[in-house]
Design a binder for this molecule. Structure first.
Ligand code: WQD
Length: 342
């Protein structure tokens, strides 16, 4: 009997790639997604790649009654992977209440359903933004949290605290994965980042500028205390990130976790600046990007990248893909989108 995993936000960027890896690893997947940041054709493409169509519920995880009905219908859920959340740092500075409501209420609803239906395993989508602007880099999981620089980062700090306090009661075990910057796309070019409207994140802005959908990229500040003045991030291929979720799920199902709530940095350990990312994209894909230097974006941290040794030592996970894989796959996905044959 295959173990069943419920994936909230499963049609999203990371959720869809994780669904593919879960199915490839022999799990059944149930997807809950309200399509606020994805499109239904992603479900068809998951089916094309995986050869099976996951059960799909177009439901907002904040809707208590509808979420409850899914748990009533879907029996024997072995674990939940919770992606469903708003995730733009910049947008969260402008609309903090949207982020607090969506990201915290969805987690609380989900945990209450898990308690009611006696589901004891959750993998939580956390973020490097929990560290704020750290004093020392790279960050380890023991690096103390500084004040979050955005409402988004606050919701991830609070989300981890909710999990820590809830799992202390002993009925639920959790693994929080602190993502760094997910980029790239599936090798089939059937899955990738699908921002609604004007992209908030740098990589889709790069690919949409390269394809001619955007006139230029605005680099948000080049007066930071970094070698080229632009912000430094730890970009990680979305497929490497997806695989970390499968490994974490397996760890929970095998009851290997020594604590009720574990946290892991999921990053490459390499810090790359915005200009270095732009140059890597231009060089590998043999094209020139139109960009200007603009003002800093409120909420941005200056530089952050991971010490991911705990994930390697305890999860047995490490990144396999490099920045060239990331810029190649992101570009192939954008080019496929333009054909309309997605
Ligand atoms: C990266 C850099 C911008 C757009 C992301 C996710 C968040 C979390 C962390 C998982 C910054 C600069 C951007 C643009 C730019 N991941 N930039 N021009 O803010 O690091 O957050 O990773 O939880 O969910 O959103 O990513 O891509 O928005 O920004 O110069 O048009 O690119 O200033 O330095 P961020 P991002």
């Amino acid at each position: 009997m295959k173990k069943k995993i419920l994936v909230t936000g499963g049609l999203g960027f990371i959720g869809s790639h994780t669904t593919i890896e879960l199915i490839a690893s022999g799990y059944d997947v149930v997807i809950v997604d309200d399509l606020s940041n994805s499109e239904l054709f992603i479900l068809d493409n998951i089916t094309k790649i995986a050869g099976v169509k996951p059960n799909f519920y177009q439901v907002d995880v904040c809707d208590t009654e509808k979420l409850n009905n899914i748990f009533l219908k879907e029996k024997n859920i072995a674990a939940v992977i919770h992606f469903a959340a708003s995730k733009s740092v910049g947008e969260s500075v402008q609309y903090p209440l949207k982020y607090y409501r969506n990201n915290l209420l969805s987690l609380i609803n989900l945990l209450e359903c898990m308690q009611q239906f006696q589901i004891s395993n959750i993998v939580f989508s956390s973020s490097c933004t929990v560290y704020g602007q750290p004093d020392v880099l790279p960050v380890t999981e023991a690096t103390p949290f500084k004040p979050a620089l955005s409402a988004y980062g606050s919701t991830k700090q609070m989300g981890e605290d909710i999990l820590e306090k809830t799992t202390a009661t002993g009925h639920i075990k959790a693994i929080s994965l602190r993502y760094f910057n997910p980029v790239g796309a599936h090798e089939s070019a059937l899955l990738g980042e699908l921002p609604v409207g004007v992209p908030n994140n740098i990589m889709p802005f790069i690919t949409q500028t390269a394809i001619g959908k955007r006139e230029k990229i605005t680099v948000f500040g080049n007066d930071y205390n970094t070698p080229d003045g632009t912000c430094i991030r730890d970009y990680i291929h979305v497929v490497d990130l997806a695989k970390a979720h499968v490994i974490s799920c397996y760890r929970l199902l095998q009851n290997k976790s020594s604590e009720n709530c574990e946290v892991f940095n999921i990053g490459t350990g390499n810090g790359i600046s915005v200009l270095e990312l732009i140059n890597a994209f231009e060089k590998y894909n043999n094209l020139k990007l139109n960009y200007i230097i603009g003002n800093r974006r409120p909420g941005d941290s200056e530089k952050i990248y991971a010490n991911a040794s705990k994930s390697k030592e305890i999860l047995g996970w490490q990144t396999q893909k490099n920045i060239d894989d990331m810029v190649r796959d992101a570009w192939r996905w954008e080019q496929k989108l333009k054909t309309g044959l997605h």
